[in-house]
Design a binder for this molecule. Structure first.
Ligand SMILES: [Zn+2]
Length: 258
């Protein structure tokens, strides 16, 4: 099983990329079994090991400190993010020096990389918000549920490992990524930050000629989805304002009488 797990992990994790929005759910699930699952039941050790195959890992990370200017930049972003998104105030977010820009470890804590310092403040907000979305939407638990279902269907861990190697988790991963982007866009708009910055970040990733990721929608697709979301939310806001303005005269008539 170890062999299959190693191969599947290589297949699903390899695709380095850009925006490092790769990190998604991540890490040492085997050492730190998640306490929260959608079903409310902690996954078995076998499920946790299989889930760890499809998640990003901190094995590309090194410790970083405040003496590093990039660390200070990203740590300040994290502090600002916690202020701007009060629901994230108590979320564990750690700054490390990683290959990926960000990840969620075992559905419990967010890691953001000092390498994010290369991006603009709005783009850094987007990446932190994207990882926060993975955590708050319980994407780790969704993977545990998927793997549990696969195990129930087959019963043999090595067969499930093979299925994951062939991409059995990829559709769910892509859905999770799209959802994390959408939540991040809403968090940006709520914080008064222009999501166009996030779209540009992905545009740049798309131009970097990096390999297509099985686990993520392509950068161009993601950038287009972000722009569509912004247009949609703007249209919704406009419609709400118009209906409010149209209702005002009628309300005034009711208040002042005929
Ligand atoms: Zn992600």
């Amino acid at each position: 099983m170890r062999h299959f797990i190693a191969r599947a992990a290589a297949l699903l994790r390899v695709p380095a990329l850009c925006c490092g929005l790769l990190g998604s759910v991540g890490g040492a699930a085997a050492q730190h079994p998640p306490q929260v699952a959608l079903s409310g039941i902690a996954p078995s050790p076998v499920v946790a090991r299989l889930v760890a195959m499809v998640e990003a890992s901190t094995d590309t990370c090194r410790a970083s400190s405040m003496s590093n200017p990039d660390h200070r930049t990203v740590a300040a972003d994290v502090a600002r993010f916690r202020q701007q998104v009060p629901a994230a105030a108590d979320t564990p977010i750690e700054v490390l020096d990683c290959y990926w820009d960000g990840m969620v470890v075992a559905g419990r804590r967010i890691i953001v990389s000092t390498r994010l310092a290369r991006a603009t403040p709005a783009q850094r907000f987007f990446v932190i918000a994207h990882e926060y979305a993975h955590l708050s939407a319980q994407h780790h638990a969704r993977f545990a549920e998927l793997v549990t279902q696969l195990l129930q269907q087959d019963g043999r861990p090595h067969a499930v490992a093979r299925a994951l190697e062939r991409g059995a988790g990829s559709p769910l991963s892509r859905r999770n990524e799209t959802e994390a982007d959408a939540i991040a866009v809403h968090l940006m708009l709520d914080a008064g930050i222009d999501p166009e910055e996030a779209a540009r970040f992905l545009d740049a990733a798309g131009q970097a000629a990096q390999p297509e990721l099985d686990t993520h929608p392509g950068p161009k697709t993601r950038a287009a989805a972000i722009r569509a979301l912004v247009t949609q939310r703007e249209a919704h806001r406009l419609a709400q304002r118009m209906s409010h303005e149209m209702a005002q005269p009628a309300l005034q008539r009711v208040a002042t009488g005929p």
